[in-house]
Design a binder for this molecule. Structure first.
Ligand code: FPP
Length: 257
C-alpha cells in the first residue's frame, strides 16, 4: 500500500498566503503600498529559506481573482510593484537555479506584465533547484472550473470518455499538476482560512497559521512552521499504525513519490 504523499520532515512543496501587508503599514501610519513593498522583500526571505533548506517547490499567493476589486489606486500600484519586481529579480533568480512560473488568469494583466511573465518563464524554464509558482489573478474555484471545462471539451471532441474522468485525470488539469501537492501551507497575518487558494491541491496539506504579518516574516518564523510540520502525523486517511508500519518498510525515497 503506497503512502500517497510526503511523510518526510522537510516539505517538498510549500504554499503560502502572504497576508498582513496593509496592517503592517497601518501600524506605522504609512500607506498600504509601503506594506506591499515591504512584503516584496519578505518574498526574498522566503525564497532564500527554501533554497537553503532544500524545499523544492514554493507557491505564493500574490494576487487573488478577488483582489481586482480593491481600490483602483492599490491595484495599479500593486501591478507596478509586480512589474518592477519581475524586472529586478528575474536574472538573480535564474542565476540561483529558480524556475519561475505564473498560475491564474493571465489575460487580465497588461501587455507589459504579460511580456515580463513570459520572459521570466522562458528564461528559467530549465531550472530545477526551486520551482517558484506565483499565483496571480488566481482563484481555486476558477482553477477547478477551468479543469472541468478542459475535460468537457475533450469529451465533446471525442478525445475522452466521461467514464475515464476520475480524480487522477482531473488532477492533471488543475494548476501545478506536474508538482507534488503542497505538503505545508502557511498563512501569515492571523486569519485562519484558505481564501480560495489551491482548493484541489490542498486536500491533504498540513495547515499552519501565524499572527506574524507578512512583511515581518523571518527565518525563525519559517523554522517554527517547519518544526510544526515535522511534528505532525500525516495519515492520508489511514490509521496511525498503518502509517507507522509503512514508514518502517518503505525507504524514504519511495515514500516521497
Ligand atoms: C495581502 O495583504 C497581500 C497582497 C494582496 C499582495 C501580496 C503582494 C506582495 C507580498 C508583494 C509582492 C509580491 C511579489 C510576488 C513580488 P493585505 O493587503 O490583504 O494585508 P491586510 O490584510 O493587512 O490588509
Amino acid at each position: 500500500m503506497p503512502i500517497p504523499q510526503n511523510t518526510l520532515p522537510v516539505p517538498r512543496h510549500l504554499a503560502v498566503i502572504m497576508d498582513g501587508n496593509g496592517r503592517w503599514a497601518a501600524r506605522r501610519k504609512r500607506p498600504r503600498m509601503i506594506g506591499h513593498r515591504a512584503g516584496a522583500r519578505a518574498v526574498n526571505t522566503c525564497i532564500d529559506f527554501c533554497l537553503e533548506h532544500g524545499i523544492g517547490a514554493l507557491t505564493l499567493f500574490a494576487f487573488s481573482s478577488e483582489n481586482w476589486g480593491r481600490p483602483e489606486e492599490e491595484v495599479g500600484a500593486l501591478m507596478k510593484l509586480f512589474l518592477n519586481a519581475l524586472e529586478r529579480e528575474v536574472d538573480e533568480l535564474h542565476r540561483r537555479g529558480v524556475r519561475v512560473r505564473f498560475i491564474g488568469e493571465r489575460h487580465r494583466f497588461s501587455t507589459s506584465i504579460l511580456e515580463r511573465m513570459q520572459h521570466a518563464e522562458t528564461l528559467t524554464a530549465g531550472n530545477t533547484r526551486l520551482h517558484l509558482s506565483i499565483a496571480a489573478s488566481y482563484g481555486g474555484r476558477q482553477d477547478i472550473a477551468m479543469a472541468a471545462r478542459a475535460l468537457a471539451e475533450d469529451v465533446a471532441a471525442g478525445r475522452l470518455r466521461p467514464e475515464d474522468i476520475d480524480e487522477a485525470t482531473f488532477g492533471t488539469r488543475v494548476a501545478l499538476s506536474d508538482l507534488p501537492p503542497p505538503d505545508l501551507f502557511i498563512r501569515t497575518g492571523g486569519d485562519t482560512r484558505i481564501s480560495n487558494f489551491l482548493l484541489w491541491q490542498l486536500a491533504y496539506t498540513e495547515l499552519w497559521f501565524t499572527e506574524t504579518l507578512w512583511p515581518e516574516l523571518d527565518a525563525d518564523t519559517l523554522r517554527q512552521a517547519i518544526a510544526a510540520y515535522a511534528s505532525r502525523e500525516r495519515r492520508f486517511g489511514l490509521t496511525g499504525d498503518q502509517v507507522a508500519g509503512l514508514a518502517t518498510h518503505i525507504p524514504p525515497e519511495a515514500a516521497a513519490r
